[in-house]
Ligand binder design. Structure first.
Ligand code: GLC
Length: 737
């Protein structure tokens, strides 16, 4: 007896249907019709079944109707290794070693939206190849404190930079039929007490600083999912929060996709039902290493929800909405037959990792040791016989560790290997310091004796012609790692002692910091060249040596400020209540309000060590006289600002021309200046580009808490054009009528 396929049964079951596909399966039908049709065929149990996990990284489809499951995976910089079904830990697959792309701080540091598009496309292809429907990233939480363990996963301190960089990443990634899941929404700006801290802040800080990157991701980027964060916001957990999920995300921004909890972010059925949550993942787990076995039927949106629907406690409209959103997600991803095929760990993706890495590296300092001498960078090998490389980060794998962003990379070119490839046997190496293994939840003890490592390094430094120090932070617990913050701004593992000792015996030192956060630099005057190198992924060494050697002229700019000391940061200027929150109530109040990062440094007149937007080049750029198209602007008008920029050096280079706007007089406190636009230009030696910016009323607004609306006040405004937030090359005045 020939078995009749499911479809044929279905079609037969649907009265009046000719021999056609069921509507929900027919991709020529509008998606909303398909949703309606699928819903009409599903039982209540099947609808509720969509709303919570069936395994560590997947949620149900509808087997009976041929509606596929939803497969998710981390993370923002690469496809995480396949996880076991129901517990944390790699499943030991042999086909899941990926391309590790640079950390998102590095992508942000390129200040180049084209790079974000290329990055998002390549990453989306890797997730597509691995047959994932949702990639759990990108992260755009604002860099409020340099101690936050996960800043490396995010895009810096400024909402405009993060908003501009996240949109192309999302658009290109989703063209692969893979949903992005912008995270962690919202106010997850630290890892200390991440699942319990209760963030209190003003509406101005919320709307002007912490929401814009998420709004851009949803409204301009069109992200199909978003992740609710662990923390509380004004007393309610972010993964089921009426203000952020219903009022702001779904009503104000018109979001039609799915809210997915962070793993373990759900804590209450009623709130999960009514406050905008759609898919509950990882409940009863700490999101990293522990959890209850096979707890799925106990999930807040599982049996308790089904029971509540049947008994009338919860409105049927709630499940219709949730199931509609999840079906929409499935039709866009798992049931999307037009998806490209993706590719995985390919040479093309390695090239993307290398290109983005090199473009994001920031040259912080590069001054000649003596007048008339040239600076140490770019590194001309012919000048040296012995180049001593010092530092554990020259060889340590930095794609591993750090929490859920940890990757099983197919390759990781170390800085040492790349230096040896480039400079041959001129290169010598000594570890200099040791940090110990990266293990979750506890600080690993170094396997080596740090003193003896230091003594050896100093000995070798005495007769080296040049020292290339490669240190910084790493992915250990309480370094750049999830579920813990650093305890201080200082370099760890006694590196400051080592660096001082090295500079004492040999002043020719190039400092390379690989990190996702700012660090204190007590030795800054003794070090002539400093490079901020980020976590660069699979092509780390090649990207770094491309810049150190001058093959690539550095053009990265800092996406966050480097403070001189911790208390120079707004988050650390108001005691425990400001960070990490009060120990008893876990209430944390963002008392610096809108003055985050350079906004704080500018307004409080506290100079940073290196300012937001700072980054040098191997060439020089001259900014000539700026002009403005009018001295005043109506609310519905626009202004054009033009400034000629010339490459006055000997090598081609890229410059990020930044435009900040300051409201000279306003009824509320506003920062001295705020980034409103930027353009990255490439210039051959001697070439000039007329860089143009358009200013409109939106660029002048602040969020009025009384009117609950963006408003601009007539009066004087200042335009600052700069090569960083403090290196201002032109200022212009205009009036808002
Ligand atoms: C983790 C992280 C989140 C990640 C998720 C799944 O705890 O907070 O970023 O995507 O759980 O691993």
């Amino acid at each position: 007896m020939k078995t009749i396929g499911v479809n044929a049964l279905l079609v037969a079951a649907v009265p009046g249907e000719a021999q056609m596909q069921a509507i929900y399966m027919d991709e020529t039908q509008p998606i909303e019709l398909r949703v309606k049709d699928a819903l009409s065929r599903m039982t209540l149990e099947e609808k509720v079944g969509l709303c919570y996990a069936q395994s560590k990284f997947s949620s149900r489809g509808v087997q009976r109707l041929g509606i596929p499951e939803v497969w998710m995976d981390d993370g923002p910089m690469g496809v995480r290794e396949e996880n076991k079904w129901d517990e944390w830990g790699g499943a030991g697959f042999t086909n899941d070693s990926c391309t590790a792309f640079p950390a998102l701080t590095c992508l942000a540091a390129t200040w180049n939206p084209e790079m974000a598009a290329i990055y998002g496309k390549a990453l989306g292809e890797e997730f597509r190849y691995r047959e994932k429907d949702v990639m759990l990233g990108p992260g755009v939480n604002i860099y409020r404190t340099p101690l936050n363990g996960r800043n490396f996963e995010y895009m810096g301190e400024d909402p405009k930079l993060a908003a501009t960089m996240v949109v192309p990443y999302i658009k290109e990634a989703q063209k692969n039929g893979v949903a992005t899941c912008v995270k962690h929404f919202a106010l997850n700006n630290q890892e200390t007490w991440r699942s319990g801290v209760d963030v209190q802040l003003s509406d101005r800080a919320l709307y002007e600083i912490y929401l814009p990157a998420f709004k851009a991701a949803i409204v301009e980027g069109g992200s199909w999912t978003i992740m609710g964060s662990y923390n509380k916001i004004r007393g309610t957990y972010a993964s089921h929060n009426d203000l952020t999920l219903n009022k702001i995300l779904k009503e104000e921004w018109g979001f039609d996709g799915c809210v997915i909890t962070d793993w373990g972010g759900a804590h209450d059925t009623k709130e999960a039902v009514l406050n905008g949550l759609d898919i509950e993942m990882g409940s009863y787990t700490n999101g990293l290493s522990t959890g209850r076995a096979f707890a799925y039927s106990d999930y807040y949106l599982a049996d308790a929800y089904l029971k509540g629907l049947k008994s009338g406690i919860y409105p049927m409209s709630s499940i219709e909405d949730k199931a509609s959103r999840i079906l929409r997600l499935i039709f866009r991803t798992a049931m999307n037959r037009h998806k490209p095929w993706g590719s995985f760990a390919s040479p093309e993706h390695a090239a993307v990792a290398r290109m983005v890495g090199a473009e994001g590296i920031v040259l912080l300092k590069n001054e000649p040791l003596k007048k008339k001498e040239s600076a140490l960078l770019p590194l001309d090998g012919s000048l040296y016989k012995k180049i001593l490389v010092v530092g554990e980060n020259a060889t340590r794998r930095l794609t591993e560790g750090g929490g859920s962003a940890s990757l099983k990379a197919k390759e990781e070119i170390s800085p040492l290997a790349a230096l040896q490839a480039k400079y041959g046997d001129k290169i010598q190496y000594t570890m200099g310091y040791a940090s110990g293994p990266s293990v979750y939840g506890r600080e690993g003890k170094p396997a080596f004796n740090t003193d003896s490592l230091r003594v050896q390094a100093i000995e070798m430094a005495k007769d080296a012609d040049l020292i290339v120090y490669i240190g910084g932070l790493n992915k250990n617990h309480r370094q750049d790692c999830e579920d813990g913050d650093r305890k201080s701004l200082d370099l760890p593992f006694e590196q400051d002692v080592l660096i001082n000792a090295l500079t004492a015996v040999n002043p020719k030192i190039v400092m390379v910091l690989l990190s996702g956060n700012a660090v204190a630099m007590p030795w800054i005057k003794q070090v002539p060249s400093i490079v901020q190198g980020w976590y660069l992924g699979s092509q780390a060494g090649n990207a770094l040596v491309d810049v150190l050697s001058g093959a690539v002229n550095p053009s990265g700019k800092l996406p966050f400020s480097f403070p001189v000391k911790l208390t120079d940061c707004g988050a650390h200027a108001f005691g425990e209540e400001g960070y990490p929150g009060l120990a008893d109530t876990k209430i944390e109040t963002y008392k610096e309000d809108i003055l985050v990062g350079y906004r704080w440094h500018d307004t409080k007149n506290i100079p940073s060590l290196f300012p937001f937007g700072h980054g040098l080049s191997y060439t020089t750029f001259k900014y000539s006289k700026a002009s403005i198209s009018a001295k005043s602007i109506e609310k519905d008008g626009t202004l054009t600002v033009t400034i000629p920029v010339t490459n006055t050096g000997k090598v081609a280079g890229k410059e990020v021309v930044q435009l900040y706007i300051g409201d000279v007089k306003c009824s509320v406190l506003r920062p001295l200046k705020e980034l409103k636009s930027f353009q990255k230009i490439a210039l051959a030696p001697g070439a000039t580009e007329q860089v143009q910016f358009t200013i409109k009323n939106d660029d002048l607004c602040f969020f009025d808490e009384v009117k609950h609306a963006w408003v601009s006040e007539a009066g004087a405004f200042k335009v600052y054009i700069g090569s960083s937030s403090t290196d201002i090359r032109a200022m212009l005045d205009f009036e808002l009528k």
